[in-house]
Design a protein around this ligand. Structure first.
Ligand code: AMP
Length: 189
């Protein structure tokens, strides 16, 4: 069920995005409500508004790099980087990047995974915005923040189209001192 629908009068942006995001029950496994942004990406107006609004607070500021988390963070992050005249940095699953990398391990629901970034992708002190489609427990974004911090990035914010606040990811990033921007939220998981 879409969160926030029963609270106040909706902004046009929220309505546009909530109606453009598709929910697939029991994917990829029973009990998960998968928030599918491919429908939002396919909707020209919704896609543009999501990109514009995500980084609206930084319009006019100098951002050096947009770091996108594989894979949906690449689509949003590439568009945002273009919009902001910033460079784009991919944060990928281990083994996918061809040059020297820095790597961090993070927990998934079952076991561990690792993500990587090229060692020379960000210079110390560069101003970076992290982007992904959705924040749930915040484990993935927290690992990306660790990588960026290790490289000396100045993280201006982490931006997500969707927040699942009940899972605590936003609070986790904020506790690390990272500003979080999200556009819509859904109750539950
Ligand atoms: P987490 O590390 O728990 O914050 O999970 C965030 C990552 O998992 C993001 O890259 C999301 O794309 C993906 N993800 C987690 N939960 C969902 C969901 N309910 N629907 C779609 N993607 C999800």
């Amino acid at each position: 069920m879409a969160g926030n629908r029963d609270t106040t009068v909706k902004s046009t942006l929220e309505e546009t995005l909530l109606s453009a995001i598709r929910t697939i029950p029991d994917y990829p496994k029973p009990g998960i409500l998968f928030r599918d942004i491919t429908t939002m990406l396919g909707d020209a107006r919704a896609f543009r508004r999501a990109v514009d609004e995500l980084v609206h607070p930084w319009a006019g500021s100098k951002i050096d790099k947009i770091a996108g988390i594989e894979a949906r963070g690449f689509i949003l992050g590439g568009a945002i980087a273009h919009q902001m005249s910033a460079g784009f940095v991919p944060i990928r699953k281990k083994g996918k990047l061809p040059h020297e990398t820095v790597r961090v391990a993070y927990s998934l629901e079952y076991g561990l995974d690792e993500m990587e970034m090229h060692k020379d992708a960000i210079a110390p002190g560069q101003r970076v915005i992290l982007v992904d489609d959705l924040i749930a427990t915040g484990g993935t974004a927290e690992a990306a923040v660790k990588l960026l911090t290790q490289m000396g990035a100045q993280i201006e914010a982490a931006c997500f189209v969707i927040d699942l606040p009940d899972l605590g990811g936003r609070a986790k990033l904020e506790a690390l001192g990272v500003s979080v921007r999200t556009l819509v939220s859904f109750d539950g998981h």
